[in-house]
Design a protein around this ligand. Structure first.
Ligand code: HEC
Ligand code: HEC
Length: 210
């Protein structure tokens, strides 16, 4: 009886998660522009704006390499540096091997408190997968990674839009880049501008600078 209840609860949460992904895909299909409707030049302009977002500390600080050392940019500083307190993401990327990220970064949909409180999100705090490395990379390198399904979680252009919408529906890391808590800088534009730029870049065939 107990195990069937657990199975039921598990099935319900799986269905809820799947419904969320389906809803995000529907939204992404609305965001998407017809392929080929945007020129390469306009696509490259959109990429420039995307590049300014993905290289910003609010995004790149988590998208780090296999060394799994998170980066932070304390209030009042502009240069990102190694996260204090000897924090390490480990192979788990959630710090399970040493100190879990969730010890300080709560899973919560409540707004972020002003710096220097640890930022939080509606999903468990963790580093991005190693293939999604942005920190220390050039814009051109990030561009080729972001459009490579082998290194971006199997996503095509619409799949990337769906990721933005799905993450936002969970109150995840991406919209919070623009709501990081007082005292922290934000990437240029707004979350909705970023979605529009990803749609433009996608419809132009995801062009990258040389
Ligand atoms: C707390 C750490 C964290 C922060 C901050 C963060 N991300 Fe991520 N990001 C992740 C994780 C974890 C994944 C993997 C999620 C998945 O694939 O389902 C990811 C995946 C992604 C992806 C999927 C494809 C790819 O190649 O990376 C995109 C796009 C993305 N993030 C954009 C952003 C943007 C834009 C920002 C800043 C506004 C940001 N992220 C900030 C942790 C973070
Ligand atoms: C002992 C508490 C603590 C633990 C554990 C911890 N953090 Fe942090 N983290 C903080 C605090 C506090 C800040 C904010 C520093 C500031 O802004 O001055 C922060 C900031 C960050 C930032 C910068 C966010 C931004 O927008 O620039 C990232 C990225 C980050 N942590 C990732 C992680 C990851 C990944 C883990 C787990 C492997 C982790 N942290 C574990 C306390 C912690």
């Amino acid at each position: 009886m107990k195990s069937s209840l657990i199975a039921l609860a598990f099935a319900a949460s799986t269905i809820a998660a799947l419904t969320g992904i389906v809803a995000a895909k529907d939204e992404a299909n609305k965001d998407a522009l017809p392929p080929g409707s945007v020129s390469r030049a306009e696509g490259l302009e959109a990429w420039k704006r995307i590049e300014a977002v993905v290289t910003h500390p609010r995004c790149a600080n988590c998208h780090v390499d296999a060394k799994a050392i998170p980066i932070w940019t304390p209030a009042g500083e502009t240069r990102p540096r190694v996260h204090g307190m000897n924090i390490h993401g480990g192979d788990s990327r959630i710090g399970a091997e040493k100190v879990a990220c969730s010890t300080c970064h709560m899973t919560s949909t409540q707004a972020n408190d002003p710096a220097p409180s640890p930022p939080r999100a509606g999903i468990d705090w963790q580093l991005a997968p190693v293939q999604f490395i942005w920190f220390g990379k050039s814009g051109a390198e990030i561009c080729t990674q972001l459009k490579d399904p082998k290194r971006n979680g199997g996503r095509d252009a619409v799949g990337l839009l769906a990721h933005l919408r799905h993450d936002a529906s969970l109150n995840g890391f991406i919209p919070r880049g623009w709501a990081p808590g007082a005292g922290r800088t934000t990437p240029p534009g707004t979350f909705e501008d970023h979605v529009k730029d990803m749609a433009l870049w996608g419809a132009a065939g995801q062009p990258c600078p040389n």
